[in-house]
Ligand binder design. Structure first.
Ligand code: NAD
Length: 279
């Protein structure tokens, strides 16, 4: 039977750390969120971010645009926020409706305010080992492992998913910890061949129940990043009931990586705030 990792507990701990740091801030840190169009899942994520920001003392501003708003109007708003000295962080709630150029919009955000770590400059700096903002979900997975003293040096880490938001940055963070990293994706010929070798298996595919017990090594650490709605229930990418009988540690969905991701967003907002205010 595995240890079920409590993401809410880790998140609460990080929130307390952030709250304590904010108490010593001269000006209240603030974040601006850009939302375009109506998407029920995005509404839930944004409401959750707002709740957590308010709880620790971060000022939260939401700029909501109707689907069909000219892209230039959104670009102009981002530029205005870039120049607003009271805004420390800016994020665009993804996914955007498909007619918008996601890359162009993300790259309009000033690098020092890019709390999601998704501008080309931040991604490039990160890959080159320079100081940068790093996507919150990748940071969350690392923090979860750290909280449980799970060593990565010399371990076989298998990451399923290679998105810019999760798998890609996470692979870099794991390499920096001297793990041997395999990244699997849609074109991987035999997924189980790789997952069975993992000491640490991270799954961020967005495919419910993708990882079955026979694809996991005994006593592996299993981190399930996936969030999928199935029959109005949230489930991960891992067959939790079966895999939890085999793994040494496992994250549940909900209550695993999700709450820690939101907490890492708070940390990234503070990184932006401190970079500006320590100049
Ligand atoms: P994405 O669609 O951008 O990327 C998915 C990746 O998984 C791709 O690289 C794809 O090749 C790979 N993949 C998909 N199905 C696969 C399969 N059957 N075999 C092998 N590889 C496969 O998604 P994303 O933004 O990285 O998100 C992934 C999942 O994580 C989603 O469920 C998303 O909701 C969730 N997510 C959770 C959090 C959190 O805080 N817990 C944060 C971000 C994303």
């Amino acid at each position: 039977m595995s240890v079920i990792i409590d993401g809410k507990e880790i998140s609460a701990k990080i929130q307390e750390e952030v709250k304590a740091e904010i108490k010593s801030c001269m000006i209240r840190p603030s974040v601006a969120v850009i939302q375009v169009g109506d998407n029920a899942a995005s509404d839930t994520y944004i409401a959750n971010k707002e709740k957590v920001c308010s709880a620790v003392g971060i000022y939260f501003r939401l700029y909501k645009f109707e689907d069909g708003t000219p892209e230039l109007s959104i670009i102009n708003k981002i530029k205005e926020l870039n120049n607003d000295e009271y805004v420390n962080g800016i994020m665009i709630q993804l996914p955007l409706p498909e007619q918008y150029n996601e890359k162009r919009l993300l790259n309009t955000i000033s690098n020092g305010k890019d709390v999601d770590g998704l501008t080309d400059i931040n991604v490039g700096r990160f890959i080159n080992g320079k100081k940068s903002l790093i996507p919150c979900t990748a940071l969350a997975v690392m923090r979860i492992l750290e909280e449980h003293n799970i060593e990565l040096e010399g371990k076989n880490v298998v990451i399923v998913g290679r998105s810019k938001l999760v798998g890609h940055p996470l692979a870099n963070l794991m390499l920096n910890k001297n793990a041997t990293v395999t990244v699997c994706h849609h074109h991987t010929a035999d997924l189980a061949l790789h997952t069975k070798l993992a000491d640490v298996l991270v799954v961020a595919a967005g495919s419910p129940g993708l990882i079955k017990a026979d694809m996991v090594k005994d006593d592996a650490v299993v981190i399930d990043v996936g969030i999928n709605r199935v029959d109005s229930k949230l489930v991960g990418d891992v067959d939790f009931d079966a895999v939890s009988k085999k793994a040494s540690y496992i994250t549940p969905v909900p209550g695993g990586v999700g709450p820690v991701t939101v907490a890492m967003l708070l940390q990234n907002i503070l990184v932006c705030y401190n970079a500006k205010n320590s100049k």
